[in-house]
Structures are given as C-alpha cells and as structure tokens.
Design a protein. Structure first.
Ligand SMILES: [Zn+2]
Ligand SMILES: [Zn+2]
Length: 261
C-alpha cells in the first residue's frame, strides 16, 4: 500500500484531558494539551515520540481539559503555540516565547500541513476547531461543539479522517451528578454534542472518502460506550473503520491515504 499521507492519534480524549497528534512526514502537530509535562511525555513515549519531535501546539479553546499542559509543555520543549486571540486572553498560559495568534477564519500552513481553523459554537471566548489537509488528504478534528452549523458541515465535508465528539447521553446527563445549571450548559447550543447530535452530524456531513472515523470526548460520568453505539448504530454500519477514543489510552496512529485514482 502507498505511504500514508496524513496520520492521526490521540494521547487521551475526554473531559479529563485531550491531546491529538497529527503527523505528515516530519511535521507533527499536537492539537490541545490537556495533560501536564510528565503525563504528556509518558503518553508520547507509547508512540515512540518525545516532546522534541513535535513541531507545534495548536489550541482549540481555553478550557482546562484542552490547555492544562499547553504552557508547561511549550516551555519544556520550546514549541510554538497557535491559538486565537480570544483563547489567549481567556487563560493565563504563563510565558509563551513563540505565540502565534491566528484568525478563526484564516487558513495557514505548518510544514507540509495546511491548517484551516473552524469557528464553532461552544461556551469559550473564541473557540476554533481544526481541519488539516496535505496532498489532497483531509482530516477533521471536531470536539467541544454545542451545535452543528452550516459552516461546520461545509468545513468538515469529504474528510478521509474524522475525530468527532459524542459527549453525553441525554438521559445519563439528566440522571447524573452534574447540578442543573451545568447540565443545561453541557446540553445547550454552546455546550457539547450528545450522542444523537453526533449521529445526526455524521448523517448530514459528506463522508464519501472517509477512511477512519473516531468518536471521542466521551464523558466518563454522562456517557457509556453501549449508549454511544446504540445512537450511532446506522453510522457505524455504514463505515468500516470506526474507533472510540478513550480517556486513558486515546488511540493509536491511524493512516490516511489519497483517494484519488
Ligand atoms: Zn473539552
Ligand atoms: Zn470545552
């Protein structure tokens, strides 16, 4: 089989910490860093990587499960950090010696990877999720999304790889430990996608070239695999390679190939 063009993996996915790896040749991007230096290094080691192998950290928004390790890891391994101005002002990251402020509507390139930030409705200051392309291969990373907008459907159309959140089951959320105000926030239009919203997104977005689908950012308190699988039943049936990212182990590198000719 031909060499993969883009690869992606996760160091962990869920409300206790998120970090996703996107690799194209020598360019390795870390999308969010919800783990401290020690934990990030330990999790990178499983992939035969160290922080020195990373090219940059991209931040989606300021919530702690995405940013806990951003400052410390960037300082330890001297990495540039990319984020929107709103994400930057909303949290104290400490000194970032190479801070690159991006616009949530303007693509940019990092090594051989073209990065398209996508503005999303979520209860953060200026959140941006990301779509990555390299030689015609497209990977979408989409977590922390309160509702699906036409902009999101357009931006994530025709991906070869997709990481999408299915955060909570509505019944489990209602019966779970969260106070009513937090339940309303999580399930509201600026919160997170529930299992059925994730399924609906996957029915609506164009997925013809999809090679790997990963469902992630599952709430440990308000969701479980059996409920996700039930809600996504028809979606799972339609796609061969469906994975569920875990909080402890994330998932191993998945390879994406060109679907042209
Ligand atoms: Zn999150
Ligand atoms: Zn969030």
């Amino acid at each position: 089989m031909a060499q993969p063009i883009l690869e992606f993996a996760s160091l962990g996915s869920g409300s206790k910490g998120n970090a996703t790896l996107v690799r194209c040749g020598a360019t390795i991007l870390l999308v969010d860093c919800g783990f401290g230096v020690k934990e990030t290094s330990k999790r990178l080691e499983k992939f035969g990587l160290t922080g020195h192998d990373l090219s940059a950290i991209l931040v989606t928004h300021e919530h702690g499960d995405h940013t806990k390790g951003v400052g410390p890891v960037a300082r330890k391994f001297k990495l540039p950090v990319y984020m929107t101005p709103g994400t930057h002002v909303s949290r104290d990251y400490g000194v970032l010696s190479e801070l690159c402020l991006i616009k949530a509507y303007q693509p940019f390139s990092l090594g051989s990877i073209d990065v398209t930030p996508v503005a999303v409705p979520h209860d953060a200051r200026e959140p941006a999720q990301y779509v990555f392309t390299c030689d015609g291969v497209k990977l979408g990373v989409l977590t922390d999304l309160g509702s699906v907008t036409p902009h999101v459907l357009e931006a994530y159309a025709d991906c070869q790889g997709l990481l999408v959140e299915a955060n909570h089951d509505l019944e489990m959320l209602a019966a779970g430990p969260y106070p009513p105000s937090l339940q309303a926030r999580v399930s509201g239009p600026w919160g997170h996608l529930n299992n059925y919203q994730a399924a609906e997104f996957l029915r609506c977005v164009a997925t013809n070239p999809l090679q790997h689908l990963v469902i992630g950012h599952l709430s440990e308190k308000n969701n479980c695999l059996s409920r996700v699988k039930l809600a996504l039943y028809d979606v799972i049936e339609n796609h061969h390679n469906v994975l569920f990212a875990s909080q402890n182990d994330g998932f191993d590198f998945l390879s994406l190939h060109s679907t042209e000719n």
